[in-house]
Ligand binder design. Structure first.
Ligand SMILES: *[C@@H]1O[C@H](CO)[C@@H](O)[C@H](O)[C@H]1NC(C)=O
Ligand SMILES: *[C@@H]1O[C@H](CO)[C@@H](O)[C@H](O)[C@H]1NC(C)=O
Ligand SMILES: *[C@@H]1O[C@H](CO)[C@@H](O)[C@H](O)[C@H]1NC(C)=O
Ligand SMILES: *[C@@H]1O[C@H](CO)[C@@H](O)[C@H](O)[C@H]1NC(C)=O
Ligand SMILES: *[C@@H]1O[C@H](CO)[C@@H](O)[C@H](O)[C@H]1NC(C)=O
Ligand SMILES: *[C@@H]1O[C@H](CO)[C@@H](O)[C@H](O)[C@H]1NC(C)=O
Ligand SMILES: *[C@@H]1O[C@H](CO)[C@@H](O)[C@H](O)[C@H]1NC(C)=O
Length: 826
């Protein structure tokens, strides 16, 4: 166990040493979440689950106080004020046994695919909801009376509205009675954006050019651009998706790019040309941090009360070329930037080169792809059916815009390594400084939720929360303003988290440093701004996160604790930093700050101070502080006494002083000491197991194979052939991903194209993924900081580090025993 732990640290350390710290990319926004909230700290948040699986489709009706949840084989109606209050209603909607048998005969997966996955849940009209399910590869839809909450006797055919495949990218909205869906519907059919439940159903065009190429849809957003429009513009629906790129100049052909497209709500299609097809379909490239981050995962829109202030937030993960690494980027887009692209030049398909290039010829009037406005009406075009053939022909052949949609600030707000953001939601909060701050909730691929606040052009991650115990992708996120909650949907259930848990911040400094726009300090505690009676009494500093606490006053001194050790022991003085951004500082005897890496017997770690080979002259007062944003809070005080030798006593394993003083009930003390010892061993063992397993759940670190001949892999316990029952991590020396080692390819196989150069942020291997000082990472209890007495470049040095560590761990057992006795004798 210990050995594996040492190995693990060895690899982390080796990785940290391998990189050249000087290289930094232009975008260096790898934010560390300020605090880490483990699963057990979220024990009292409402959770809902039943026998069903895949709670992926969420529909919140905030005014009614209902959260509808579409799952596998069921639809639920939950009370949004507390989804776990037991008042849920359920519609059982399983695929029929015949359809399941059909599905199995088609060779579909009986564990995931041959079920009724509810993929669409929307409000149809004031009395009815509309739902569609995959129904074991035979999609069906139903109008559901929301009050009765039962399935109607008659179900509708769903193949025009819902995908067959439960895992296929899909998005659907009901807007003014019309159902707008985008997906790849049937088996091997082309992707399509469709309108149904409307007197004029519409689709996208497939000839002479496909408007969509292998599109995988992510989200759709309605923007009511008709509201307050001086030209009587139309409402628009924006679609966010990925598709195969065909443009000239895209770095990697045939790879996916992210796109945004839009259609006009009052589009009726053309009369002869583009009959029953959109006349207003246009698409543009959605750039975030190209060419690396191309896989669009989640989109959310916010507006400040009127549509011109609409912003879109989108999360991206690495393009296929870099799938072996996990990283995410978050970008922000203003609606004006989308409009700029759609009003700019068009692209044209060149049959000879089979590429899309800029079109510089004549553009007919009215402008192809635009909605019908007053200007077109003045010219006699009252609807899309009146548009001249020239315009419709142009639309047919020019769906792609030349300009790409660039992110606000020109770059991502956030780039985060070792994390896959799979879902995103945003809320706009009014802070005490009178400004609005956007708060992003980002779900990860392994069941965590990150809460970040957008400050200028960057995101400060306030906290990371382990919302699901079993690692699983967060599938959907919805925010309720009325309940001040965020609902999180995933395979195993739904949970409801408060937008803010201000009471978690115990001091004024902690409250201010969190920079949470929902929270402020009122002199006695950290409170939610929205529920505070008197805002004038509150203190908050979202912009800098440092101002507002009267110095010293809010910081109570911790209780001093005594520690006794023997000469030669290694002593750990625990001091937990609440914040991952805080720097630990120790003072000895009120002076003499202990700095990292100064050598000698002191090692400053994130969870304590380690005194190696303690000597009697190391006795004294030790005070631990957390320093963050220039603010210093006292966290722990110790009086350390190092004895030159063990007080004379016969039994070496027995507790000397206690035994002597407590001679009348010596047996009792013996038993309790043995119990304490056993408990300690258990705790230590569990701690180590926890560290390695938690790390497995949380992040997967793959070293740059060119930098080191070792790859750190996660090995799942049930992985065949590599069965290490309790093992979570394994070092596989000399193994590199196949793409990076063409020498290992079969001689006859054509070598794959060399991977494109990595962005600078990745070339320095893991050191980029890890902070310079190894921190507490998601619960790892014990990590040394800046263990770099000598510049180590070869792995030989690291071996000695590992040996030293096992030695320390060995000795710690003894030290903790003495500590424990000390406390019990007080
Ligand atoms: C449904 O949940 C199961 C169990 O977690 C998972 O394996 C499967 O991929 C999920 N299916 C979909 C379509 O999300
Ligand atoms: C939800 O629960 C609250 C509190 O128990 C109750 O007041 C409210 O009426 C419930 N809402 C619905 C829709 O049942
Ligand atoms: C699914 O199929 C496998 C192999 O065909 C079979 O062993 C398993 O029992 C089936 N599971 C269910 C739930 O039908
Ligand atoms: C809502 O739609 C359903 C299904 O089409 C219909 O039966 C019902 O009458 C509609 N309700 C209203 C209030 O229009
Ligand atoms: C458009 O509407 C106007 C006013 O309703 C009408 O006079 C005109 O004839 C219509 N034009 C067409 C082409 O239908
Ligand atoms: C409090 O502030 C004063 C000056 O404003 C400074 O000299 C002093 O060191 C501060 N005390 C603490 C404990 O930070
Ligand atoms: C702290 O002070 C005590 C007594 O004043 C002294 O014996 C001890 O060596 C000091 N400790 C350190 C680490 O300097």
């Amino acid at each position: 166990m210990r050995r594996r732990m040492a190995h693990y640290l060895l690899v982390l350390f080796a990785a940290a040493a391998a990189g050249s710290p000087a290289r930094r990319s232009a975008v260096d926004l790898d934010a560390t979440p300020r605090t880490t909230i483990a699963y057990n700290e979220l024990a009292d948040v409402p959770r809902f689950s039943s026998h069903a699986l895949n709670y992926t489709t969420l529909l919140l009706e905030d005014e009614k106080g209902i959260l509808y949840v579409g799952a596998r084989g069921a639809i639920f109606s939950l009370n949004s004020s507390n989804i776990a209050d037991g008042s849920q209603r359920k519609i059982q909607w399983e695929a029929s046994p015949e359809k399941q048998t059909d599905c199995l005969q088609k060779g579909k997966n009986n564990k995931t695919e041959c079920f009724n996955h509810v993929r669409l849940l929307q409000r149809l009209n004031s009395s009815h909801l509309y739902a569609c399910g995959t129904y074991a590869f035979h999609p069906l839809c139903a109008a559901i009376d929301a009050d009765k909450f039962t399935l109607p006797p008659h179900l509708e055919e769903g193949k025009e509205k819902c995908p067959y495949d439960p895992a296929r990218g899909y998005t659907g909205l009901i807007v003014d009675g019309g159902l707008y869906t985008a997906t790849r519907y049937e088996f091997r059919s082309l992707p399509d954006i469709r309108r149904n439940l409307h007197q004029r159903p519409l689709k996208t065009e497939e000839s002479p050019v496909h408007w969509l190429n292998d599109a995988e849809f992510v989200a759709s957003v309605l923007v009511r651009e008709s509201v307050g429009s001086p030209v009587a513009d139309d409402d628009k629906i924006y679609y966010f998706f990925m598709e195969r790129a065909g443009e000239e100049g895209t770095a990697f052909e045939k790879t996916q790019v992210a796109r945004v497209s839009r259609v006009c709500k009052n589009d009726l299609g053309g009369k002869k040309i583009l009959q029953r097809k959109w006349t207003s379909f246009l698409k543009a490239r959605l750039a975030c941090y190209i060419p690396y981050y191309e896989v669009l995962r989640g989109v959310y829109s916010l507006d400040g009360g009127s549509w011109p202030s609409t912003v879109f937030y989108a999360t991206f993960t690495l393009a296929a070329q870099w799938r072996s690494m996990e990283a995410s980027a978050v970008c922000q887009y203003n609606i004006s930037e989308l409009q700029r692209a759609f009003e700019g030049p068009y692209m044209e398909y060149q049959d000879t080169t089979r590429k899309w290039t800029r079109y510089d010829g004549q553009v007919p009037d009215p402008r192809p792809g635009s909605c019908i406005t007053d200007r077109s009406r003045e010219n006699g075009y009252n609807s899309s059916q009146d548009l001249p053939n020239g315009v419709l022909d142009f639309v047919k052949q020019h769906p792609l815009m030349f300009e790409e949609v660039k992110p606000a600030w020109g770059e991502p707000l956030l780039v985060k390594k070792n994390v896959l953001y799979t879902a995103l939601a945003a809320d706009r909060a009014l802070a005490l400084d009178g400004r609005h701050y956007d708060v992003l909730f980002m779900g990860t691929g392994d069941g965590w939720l990150h809460k970040g606040v957008v400050i200028g052009s960057a995101v400060h991650i306030v906290e990371e929360m382990q919302v699901f115990w079993a690692p699983q992708p967060v599938e959907s996120l919805v925010i309720s303003k009325a309940q001040r909650s965020v609902y999180v949907g995933a395979a195993s259930g739904v949970l409801q988290l408060p937008l803010a848990s201000c009471a978690r911040y115990g001091s004024c400094y902690d409250c201010i440093l969190a920079r949470d726009p929902y929270c402020a300090w009122d002199g006695a505690g950290c409170r939610e701004v929205a529920s505070a009676a008197d805002r004038a009494q509150l203190t908050q500093d979202v912009r800098r996160g440092t101002e507002g606490c009267r110095n010293g006053s809010a910081q109570a001194r911790p209780v001093q604790r005594n520690r006794t050790a023997l000469r030669g022991d290694d002593v750990l003085l625990p001091c937990e930093q609440r914040s991952n951004l805080a720097q630990a500082t120790w003072l000895v005897n009120g002076t003499g700050e202990l700095a990292d890496g100064q050598g000698g017997p002191f090692r400053v770690g994130v969870d304590g101070l380690l005194v190696t080979d303690a000597q009697p002259e190391h006795s004294g007062q030790y005070s631990c502080y957390g320093e963050e944003g220039g603010l210093r809070s006292p966290l722990a005080d110790y009086a350390l006494t190092v004895l030159p030798e063990l007080p004379k006593e016969p039994a070496p394993t027995a507790p000397p002083r206690t035994a002597r003083q407590a001679s009348p009930d010596g047996k009792l003390v013996y038993i309790s000491v043995i119990a304490v010892l056993a408990g300690l061993c258990l705790v230590l063992g569990a701690g180590l197991l926890h560290v390695s397993c938690l790390q497995r759940r949380k992040g997967r670190y793959v070293l740059d194979p060119r930098a080191l001949p070792a790859e750190l892999q996660t090995v799942s316990a049930n992985h065949p052939g590599k069965g290490q029952e309790d093992g979570c991590l394994q070092i596989i020396p000399g193994e590199a991903p196949p793409a990076a080692s063409p020498a290992r390819e079969m001689p006859l196989a054509a070598p794959p194209p060399p991977p494109p150069p990595l962005p600078a942020e990745f070339t320095n291997g893991l050191s980029a993924a890890l902070p310079n000082t190894l921190r507490k990472m998601n619960g790892a209890r014990y990590v040394l900081l800046q263990q770099q007495e000598e510049p180590s470049t070869s792995s030989l040095h690291n071996t000695s580090f590992a040996q030293e560590l096992s030695k320390i761990l060995e000795k710690r057992k003894h030290t903790q025993l003495v500590e424990k006795l000390d406390e019990s004798s007080v």
